[in-house]
Write a protein that binds this ligand. Structure first.
Ligand code: BES
Ligand code: MN
Ligand code: MN
Length: 453
């Protein structure tokens, strides 16, 4: 086991070259015209798993983008670890803000710069290489299955059906995932919760056509004004969401757990300073850690309508649009929230108006208490390679399929991620420090070592 460090030193360059080939494939799942890149990325992974030592690997079709499945079963009586990751990435735009092309990985200041460097190509590749190491040394202590999907960044919609249809194939004792972050490279972190999501697109329609703002302004209700009013009313002065019933199923977190969550070395001032803010904002009565981890939120992701190109045009637009997302916490359910939201907006619009509220996608929240059996191996692995115990963090982000795995397959996921806040995932100049990549690679085999029991 201690040979992992030698393995890294000897193979560093080759491993990075392989990762770079993977990153060069522009597998942006949000672009339908991207079919060939999506299949290229899946094919790349299939080959990577096979050459790392899997006995079987295949590309499986879904209703959306394909999945890559692979396995090495050493002994049916040994526990099985199912490794999950996603090969799809977020769109690279806006291009002009990148300091180097998004799909031409480049190392600067010890960091890999590229779309997917962290989320999730860099992080999932640590698992492929950790597996290669264990096979090469003949020390693989568990059965391994891999499931790499291509739809995480667009909501993992095909995954639920796939899981229902392939329960036997995906049978495992634990799911191991690196697709989350750590507080810093000196603070190993286990993510003990993910927020759920409910995503909507809204269209508010008023009069039958665009109107001259002099001939009609003041005598009709402007849909853009009206949508702005509705949106402004969604959060009150205390930072609470105003949708009736929104908090009904929000679990109260015990004082003890709040204390544990807040005891991690996290500096609010630094967190805000990192994005050029002094005080930030949010729900009153909660720390930043709590606002992100145990409280739900509502945000406008985009809003448009009327005249938005150059110059002035005197017009009352006939329609207004917005995309709104909510991050949910246990036990909020996206479909229930969707119903409350639709009813609430519907009640408030002017008589003459119509509103369409389309639920685009969502996912349920996930929690795994820090003192769960599944986490023991991850805690010990971090202790081994970082020389200290990891801290628990309930993340504000979402990985929709994690709760699907729990509900459909009955398997808990251990979220042992190695990204940093500063990796700028989803943004221009996404990066992944080499130190994080190699620390992750070093830690993963120890998880298997401690998990085998
Ligand atoms: N890996 C992220 C989620 C994440 C990042 C969780 C860092 C915790 C720490 C994932 O790829 C992601 O971006 N998820 C989306 C899901 C959505 C598109 C359905 C998200 O959270 O917005
Ligand atoms: Mn991800
Ligand atoms: Mn992502």
């Amino acid at each position: 086991m201690d040979k992992i460090k030698d393995f890294i030193n000897t193979n560093k360059e080759r491993i990075l070259n392989e990762l770079f080939d993977f990153i060069r494939i522009p597998s942006v799942s949000a672009k339908p015209e991207n079919k060939s890149a999506m299949y290229d990325a899946a094919q790349y992974l299939k080959n990577a798993i096979l050459s790392a030592g899997a006995e079987r690997a295949e590309i499986l079709e879904t209703a959306g983008w394909p999945l890559v499945y692979g396995e090495k079963i050493i002994d049916a009586s040994k526990p099985t670890v199912l490794v999950y990751g996603h090969y799809d990435v977020q769109p690279e735009e806006p291009l002009e803000l990148w300091n180097s092309p998004p799909f031409e990985p480049e190392i600067r200041d010890g960091k890999i710069y590229a779309r997917g460097a962290d989320d999730d190509k860099g992080q999932l590749f640590m698992h492929v290489k950790a597996f290669e190491f264990m096979v090469q040394q003949n020390i693989l202590p568990c059965n391994v299955k891999f499931i790499f999907e291509g739809e995480e960044e667009i909501g993992s919609e095909s995954l639920e059906r796939f899981c229902k249809q392939h329960k036997e194939l995906l049978k495992a004792d634990v799911i191991l995932v690196s697709d989350t972050s750590m507080i810093s490279l000196d603070v190993p972190t286990i993510t003990t919760g993910l927020r759920g999501l409910a995503y909507f697109e809204i269209t508010l329609k008023g009069q039958s056509r665009d109107l001259h703002s002099g001939l009609f302004g003041g005598a009709v209700i402007n849909p853009v004004n009206e949508l702005s009013r509705l949106i402004a009313g969604l959060i009150d002065a205390e930072g609470k969401v105003t949708i009736p019933g929104f908090y009904n199923s929000v679990q109260t977190v015990s004082a003890e757990e709040r204390k544990l969550l807040n005891s991690v070395p996290f500096d609010e001032k630094k967190f805000y300073a990192g994005i050029n803010l002094k005080n930030g904002g949010g729900e009153k009565g909660f720390t930043v850690i709590e606002r992100l981890g145990i409280r739900p939120s509502l945000d406008v992701n985009g809003i448009w309508g009327g005249h938005i190109s150059q110059g002035a045009k005197t017009v009352l637009p006939a329609e207004a649009h917005a995309k709104i997302s909510m991050r949910l916490v246990p036990d909020q359910h996206p479909e229930e929230i969707a119903k409350l939201f639709k009813d609430y907006l519907q009640k408030q619009i002017p008589e003459d108006f119509t509103i369409e509220i389309e639920y685009l996608h969502g996912g349920t929240p996930y929690v795994l208490p820090f003192y769960s059996l599944e986490l023991e191996a991850a805690v010990n692995a971090c202790q081994k390679t970082f020389g200290k115990k990891p801290v628990p963090v309930r993340s504000g982000g979402s990985i929709p399929v994690i709760s699907v795995f729990e509900q459909v397959l009955g398997i808990k996921a251990v979220l042992m991620g190695f990204g940093l806040e500063s990796d700028a995932i989803h943004a221009p100049n996404e990066n992944y420090p080499l130190d994080n990549f190699f620390k992750g690679l070093e830690t993963i085999p120890w998880f298997y070592h401690f998990y085998k029991k």
